[in-house]
Write a protein that binds this ligand. Sequence first.
Ligand code: HEC
Ligand code: HEC
Length: 291
Amino acid sequence: MHRVVRWLRNTVALLVVLLVVAAVTVYGLSERVIRRTYDEPLVSIPIPTDSAAVAEGGRLARIHGCRGCHQPDLSGQYFEDDFLLGRIVAPSLTLAAQKYSDGELVRIIRRGVRPDGQSVQVMPSEMFAPLTDADLGMIIAYLRSVSPAAGLPRTIKPGPLARLGLVTGGYLPTTDYVRRADSISASGYFPAGNQPNARGAYLARTSCPECHNLALQGYAGDTPDLSIAAGYTPEQFAHFFKTGEALGGRELKLMSDMARNRFSHFTDAERDSLYAYLVARAAVIQGAAAP
Ligand code: HEC
Ligand code: HEC
């Protein structure tokens, strides 16, 4: 055989072997990340049963996005179904309500930890960690009130890109984000307790980070820092959050739908306190940026 052909054949063979070794390594390391277990205690909270609490739980499940990702009737949907990212279902929450105890549901929703100790993936528990016992109790009461329909069970098959993300730390299991969020909250970044704007901060912290990042700074090229809300008057902000129509009559990518289907269910008082918090936060950021 010609020397060049032999050389080519050996090089290609070597490349194939290297690729296979890399793929097997990424697979093995990512499985280790997926199977990591987390120690988070089971906490019991009161779950109300009266119809007013169930109705309020349904409203909260809208605002906090449960009924967006898990479908309005909670039957679940394919959240991602793609060769590179893989396949993940936001599973039926009526099935979950049958399967899990109240304490187990609380731990999944607030801490991202499943009964086997492993973390959920993609589910944004980092946003739900600070939900009060009262709010989470009503959400669980609502989940338990919905009659079980045919729904999608848990399915998670990460694709090559998702596995690479898990190995490089570009993408983390939910519970790692929850713990990162704990330290942001503990740093006093969000006003709490009796501080001014604590109510608005709570609503922002538990409804917006899914897309605008844990510190509400946005993701470059995708979502803005929420200080952008300070460019709205209270009336313009109310119009935006009721109709989805942004300043200047714009229809926004994803956000207009969110406003119409999700945030239009804020009460006027809730929306006003959210707005007041975002304006106060913007003033602090501007102050900090000034020389
Ligand atoms: C951004 C989309 C998204 C939002 C918002 C969301 N979830 Fe999820 N949720 C998911 C995905 C995806 C999974 C599957 C995670 C997994 O299997 O590892 C999941 C899993 C769960 C599970 C575990 C189900 C099981 O059978 O293992 C529960 C319980 C749950 N979510 C409840 C809620 C509640 C309650 C809310 C609102 C407070 C909510 N989710 C909001 C995407 C979401
Ligand atoms: C599911 C994802 C998602 C959630 C949740 C979400 N946003 Fe957004 N938001 C977006 C996207 C995407 C954009 C950018 C849209 C564009 O520029 O077309 C955006 C843009 C905005 C803007 C800029 C409007 C403008 O004038 O351009 C504001 C203000 C805003 N969001 C407020 C909020 C607040 C407050 C919350 C929480 C209560 C929130 N968003 C939750 C996805 C989201």
